[in-house]
Design a protein around this ligand. Structure first.
Ligand code: G6P
Length: 616
């Protein structure tokens, strides 16, 4: 989604701003823009990629010591240059603003401002911010004060950066519900919505809190925050943190795409996530925080809230938590949960799963669950400084490293690894895990990275399959039991990046509808591990073959299914019990990736999608 970079330094900041935007491209965007101070505010915008913006900047010889830049993912108003950020306050070009998030009351504010004579040139909600700042500047004459007064009128979630033509040595940024951090460099100070945008200039980061407004000069910065009750603002200090993100972690290296890199990083990502148990003798609740044991002892059920791929991880966990720990578990799409009236149970632990920790619906759903009366929450998340991590009582950080490809891969398998640990902890606390089983689990976890490595070796066969898929317009994914959510995840991967319409069905439901769609044009991908449901699944596959459907079966070495005309089989190693869903997901990730390659789509930045969905 939208990205912000701001810079004020002793040198020309244009290269830093452009490089920052390039680093934020992965979040998804449909226009980009930049403004710098250079004897006035100088702006360039485009609906093309950041590379095109860089060309415009170079042709124009744009330079300046302070600037703000933005990638926009359209919410209010179509993607076009007029709607691209930065926005000026009307024709005067006095104030420039970039904004992430949504201003919910923009229509009312717009009306008031129009009545006061302000002219609007875009369809965005953002434009009201610039005008509000202009309005307040007329009375306060101080940009920081004007921004404070402006944000006090805004409702919604946002991060903004503002510049004033008449105060060129200063940038003001504000955070309320959307991520924003400062970067403290040798030659200047910076701001961004994501740390990866600033690694080129600094690793020293200051993460702003909700309600913070900061002013940046090239040699100093100041943060003030607004007290939610008194509405008064006072100066605060926030800790300076050394980011442990490396540039290599956010660079492609020898890979063609981030998705490819991230698929192949999974053995290491899972090993890093499980590091604390790989040499342990037992699995302790303390893995989830010092208060975890006390909270888990009182937990009578689990409610998982998540979106997208993270939701699929939750669906898999439901099978584990119920069958192994005997703990009732429900899993809900966060955007649905937050708008219904569920019955809360204080002793049901709410688990928010999110790669980014920024997904607006997941954050709101967790807050809502708390309001409804759930006593405790746990965050499973990949980003240490994210809102989700700060919001929850307990946390477990997946250590997948930055995930840049929009289609989530290593985040999913690391989430599953954590959910196996959570299941084991509850099984132990509830006396369902005798020590032999715990030891078996520890051995299984130690072998898991190698098992994933082995699963990755089927890539050449998947490439063969991918050739048959690139001309197809639809695909059906089938699974049963715990592999049904894996089929859902496989279908999501395929549709996200190859734009082939893909649907997942619980194989037992086939004859209740989707069988009507099956003909020789409909490839059917079946997840067929050698588990207790294999024989049932085989009957479902017969139903597909009998209607001429071409079958692509991901089986285990010991699944008793034979290759024949119209039945293609890829075999993983022998059945891996509880770990099976994690391994069966690997061929599906590779399939989506290779089909997208065949089709020539933009693998890492699929159309219309965003990496972190920070708006509803
Ligand atoms: C977006 C991404 C998906 C992701 C989902 C949830 O749709 O494109 O890959 O699964 O958001 O994101 P989260 O960061 O909360 O896991």
């Amino acid at each position: 989604m939208c990205g912000i970079v701001g810079a004020i330094a002793r040198e020309n900041v244009v290269p830093v701003l452009l490089e920052g935007l390039l680093r934020l491209e992965y979040r998804g965007y449909d226009s980009a823009g930049i403004v710098v101070t250079n004897g006035g505010l100088h702006r360039l915008r485009t609906t093309e990629r950041v590379a095109e913006l860089a060309k415009l900047v170079s042709n124009d010889k744009t330079e300046g010591f302070a600037g703000i830049a933005h990638t926009r993912w359209a919410t209010h108003g179509v993607p076009c240059e007029r709607n691209a950020h930065p926005h000026f306050s009307g024709n005067e070009k006095k104030i420039a603003v970039v904004h992430n998030g949504i201003i919910e009351n923009h229509e009312t504010i717009r009306q008031d401002l129009q009545e006061a004579g302000f002219e609007f040139l875009s369809d965005t909600d953002t434009e009201v911010i610039g005008h509000l700042v202009s309005k307040h500047l007329a009375t306060t004459h101080d940009l920081l004060d004007a921004v404070f007064l402006a944000v006090a009128e805004l409702r919604g979630a946002y991060a903004i950066a503002v510049m004033d033509e008449e105060q060129p040595g200063r940038i003001i940024v504000a955070r309320n519900g959307a991520p924003l951090l400062l970067g403290l460099g040798e030659n200047g100070n910076y701001a961004a919505s994501d740390a990866s945008a600033l690694l080129q200039v600094t690793r020293k980061m200051v993460y702003l809190e909700e309600g913070d407004v900061a002013e940046l000069y090239h040699d100093r910065y100041r943060i003030r925050t607004c007290d939610a009750t008194t509405k008064l603002n006072s100066e605060v200090t926030r800790p300076v943190r050394e980011s442990d993100l490396t540039r290599e972690a956010v660079e492609l290296g020898p890979y063609a795409h981030f998705m490819q890199k991230e698929i192949f990083e999974q053995p290491v990502a899972v090993a890093n996530t499980l590091e604390m148990v790989l040499n342990a003798q037992s699995i302790s609740p303390r893995l989830f925080g010092s208060k975890a044991e006390e909270i888990f002892q009182k937990t009578s059920g689990i409610l998982i809230l998540a979106c997208g791929t993270s939701y699929h991880a939750g669906l898999v966990a439901k099978y584990w938590l119920e069958s192994i720990s005997g703990l009732p578990c429900s899993v809900e799409i966060a955007s649905e949960y937050r708008y219904r009236e569920p019955i809360a149970n204080p002793s049901t632990l709410v688990v928010g799963i999110s790669q980014s920790g920024e997904t607006a619906d997941t954050l709101a759903a967790l807050n809502y669950a708390k309001l409804l009366g759930h006593d405790h929450s746990l965050a499973i998340c990949n980003v240490p400084e994210s809102a989700l991590i700060r919001q929850a009582d307990l946390r477990f950080l997946t250590r997948a490293g930055p995930e840049i490809g929009v289609a989530s891969t290593k985040a999913f398998t690391t989430q599953l690894a954590v959910l196996i640990l959570l299941t084991s902890v509850f099984a132990k606390l509830r006396n369902k895990f005798p020590s032999e089983l715990e030891q078996e689990m520890l051995i299984g976890l130690r072998h898991l990275p190698v098992s994933i490595q082995l699963a990755l070796q089927i890539e050449p066969q998947i490439k063969e399959w991918a050739r048959n898929f690139s001309q197809k317009r639809h695909a059906l994914f089938l699974g049963r039991g715990i592999h049904y959510p894996i089929a859902m995840e496989g279908a999501l991967k395929l549709k996200e990046i190859s734009y082939i319409h893909a649907e997942a069905y619980a194989a037992g439901e086939l004859k209740h509808g989707p069988l009507a769609l099956v003909d020789k044009e409909m490839p059917v991908i079946a997840i067929a591990p050698n588990d207790v449901l294999l024989e049932k699944l085989k009957s479902n596959l017969q139903e597909v073959r009998a209607r001429g459907g071409e079958l692509y079966v991901i089986a285990d070495a010991d699944s008793n299914i034979k290759e024949s005309e119209g039945v293609h089989i890829i075999r993983l190693a022998g059945y891996s019990g509880m770990f099976s869903p994690m391994l069966h997901t690997i061929p599906l990730q590779l399939l989506a990736y290779h089909v997208a390659l065949q089709k020539g789509t933009d693998v890492d930045k699929p159309r219309n999608l965003a990496k972190a969905v920070t708006v509803e």
